[in-house]
Design a protein around this ligand. Structure first.
Ligand code: SF4
Length: 290
């Protein structure tokens, strides 16, 4: 028999989850933060297919998202306490794909690191990521910058984008990587990972703690960005040709080596796997080859 405390938690989780489900993922549009999406899921979304596998309330998906957002604000505060300047926060930027689609992004910011600090004397396009234990273990390395590839692609696109934000009228029309910070060189991208849980390695007496925060710097190459942007064009090509991308190979990073293909992580799993019928007329026609 479940306790009243358990039941009360369920009431709260259900309320926040219902709100999340009612919101869904909105209308499809190309946005930089979606660069890591599965192309099949993105295309079904673009065909207005609603979620076939909404999140279960016990997972607290929206709460986890909000906790990540709060943690990101705290990291920026911590950087400023340490004497690092964080500017251009939540700046809206845009870039065109090779096919001419507009891709919109909202950068976490630019960090300007004082000369006497590691990575100092340079400024970087920065994004903060809150990481669960699995991701943190993957990116953490004392000796090497091992930022996640999708996260690096996202920052690289921001760096090559043009500013279009009424909050930053003096900067509008400039490419982000062309910004000037007197006395500081452009240093590329910087990922700041904050571990949501206590980050550790090993078990029992051999357990060691990792630092709560891990920063990964990386170079940005403009010609790579064009290749990343192809992903948005690929979705558009499928829409234009009334087709749907196949299921990516199990080793593909877009489906996390296969882990993503489950109702736990994919909101359109049942439609993708033909377990349920699509609700979107357009998607039905595409799948029926009409
Ligand atoms: S089940 Fe896998 S392949 Fe299908 S849409 Fe979801 S993530 Fe993509």
């Amino acid at each position: 028999m479940k306790s009243d405390g358990w039941k009360l938690a369920e009431v709260i989780l259900k309320a926040v989850n219902d709100k999340d489900i009612a919101k869904g993922d909105g209308n499809y549009y190309p946005r930089t933060s979606a660069i890591g999406r599965c192309p099949r899921d993105a295309t079904m979304h673009a065909y207005d297919e609603p979620w076939s596998d909404p999140p279960e309330s016990m997972w607290g998906q929206q709460l986890r998202f909000d906790m990540g957002h709060d943690a990101e604000v705290r990291v920026i505060d911590a950087m400023e306490i340490a004497g690092i300047t964080v500017c251009c926060q939540q700046m809206t930027v845009e870039i065109e794909t090779p096919m001419g689609l507009k891709v919109t992004g909202h950068m976490d910011g630019v960090i300007v690191i004082p000369h006497d600090m590691p990575h100092g004397g340079k400024w970087y396009v920065m994004d903060v990521k809150s990481a669960g234990p699995y991701m943190y273990r993957k990116i953490y390395d004392e000796q090497e910058s091992k930022g996640n590839i999708t996260n690096r692609q996202q920052i690289s696109i921001y760096a090559e984008s043009v500013i279009n934000d009424e909050k930053f009228p003096d900067l509008n029309g400039n490419k982000v990587s062309d910004l000037l910070f007197e006395g500081y060189e452009y240093g590329g991208g910087m990922l700041a990972y904050i571990a949501i849980d206590r980050p550790t390695k090993g078990y029992g007496p051999k357990k060691v703690d990792y630092p709560k925060l891990h920063l990964c710097q990386f170079e940005i190459e403009s010609f790579d960005v064009e290749m990343y942007l192809d992903k948005f064009d690929d979705v558009q090509i499928h829409l234009d040709e009334n087709t749907l991308p196949g299921i990516p190979h199990s080793s593909d990073e877009a489906i996390w080596g296969g882990i993503r293909c489950s109702p736990r992580w994919c909101r359109r799993y049942s439609v993708c796997q033909s377990i349920t019928e699509p609700q979107s007329k357009k998607l039905r026609e595409v799948l029926d080859g009409v």
